[in-house]
Write a protein that binds this ligand. Sequence first.
Ligand SMILES: Nc1ncnc2c1ncn2[C@@H]1O[C@H](COP(=O)(O)OP(=O)(O)OP(=O)(O)O)[C@@H](O)[C@H]1O
Ligand SMILES: [Mg+2]
Length: 361
Amino acid sequence: MTLLEIRNITKRFGNFVAVDDINLDIKAGEFFTLLGPSGCGKTTLLRMIAGFDAPDSGEILLDGHNIIDVPPEKRPFHTVFQSYALFPHMTVADNIGFPLKMSGKSLEEINTRVASTLKEVELSQFADRYPHELSGGQKQRVAFARGLINKPRLLLLDEPLGALDEKLRENMQRELINLQAEAGVTFIYVTHAQNEALALSHRIAIMNQGRIEQIGEPSRIYNYPVNRFVADFIGKINMLDATVIKTSSSHLTLKVAGLGEVTVPARDGIKVNDRGVMAVRPEQIRMVAQTSEIADEFQFTGKIKDFFYIGDVTTYIIDLANSTRIEALLPNSLPGHAKLFEIGDPIIVSWQEQSAQFLLN
Ligand SMILES: Nc1ncnc2c1ncn2[C@@H]1O[C@H](COP(=O)(O)OP(=O)(O)OP(=O)(O)O)[C@@H](O)[C@H]1O
Ligand SMILES: [Mg+2]
């Protein structure tokens, strides 16, 4: 069921178009993420949904009714910011209970609901502390609890984990998924961290320069990016300049710089002479020593140029013919081995046809 509809929303600052004619449907119960580079308009869009800013044109519908003229405090939404925005002079319990106090609930109801919310976010023992006595992760949990206590229809979150270190971020990501599932509240989540978006979301909208490039489930966006921007923004990907020389219902034949003719799965709307890139993810590339036999459709000889050991995986930089360079990613499944190949080793790289795709420039 659709909860929120965003229809042709545009926002300008002077002559600059920060949000450019965006359309979106958010389903009830969904964890929906806006992902894009700094300055692409994520916060601007979120602020219009919250009601802090008015769009120049377009409509925002909640349950089918336009809410453009409804002030932010009358919208059944709550916003959580990166900076937590906790009240420094109030205890954890008072911070969490604040929205209930504002909506005029009785002291008794406030106390009961704060106690149960504190339990949910595992902060019961911190009820009487002040924000400056908490860690970053604990402060963020208080902010989530305050966001959820009023059971908003929609929780808007703007980079809520941005200030936390890597390990804590991962823990909080898991907590967020659980919180969202338990509370049954619809989330619109803003981030420019692609891993976070992939890990958390039911669906992601990839934004670029005020527009949406692609909307879809994480695995769909990762595996089938619609264009070069999306492919490049989500994860790492090898891109080699390519021109389409033949099309059929199942394949595109490409002329790829340095590699010659390569086929990739067909894709709608692509014509002969279209220019773009052949794209393959590093983890889809296989590497073996040049003496081995392999069965993959596409194989090319090359030499290891460099490698980067990152603990769980090693990234290899490989020089192919015509100084074409690609990256391959191998898991480090053998303990005690930082790498399986040495710099200068002659190798064969290969991939299966279905791993590669053609993307327009
Ligand atoms: N009040 C404002 N006046 C003028 N320009 C603004 C204003 N608010 C935002 N902008 C501009 O609009 C664009 C989008 O800003 P926005 O804050 O929405 O980006 P963002 O995607 O949230 O970026 P980040 O990831 O850095 O938070 C930016 O170029 C920004 O400079
Ligand atoms: Mg922002």
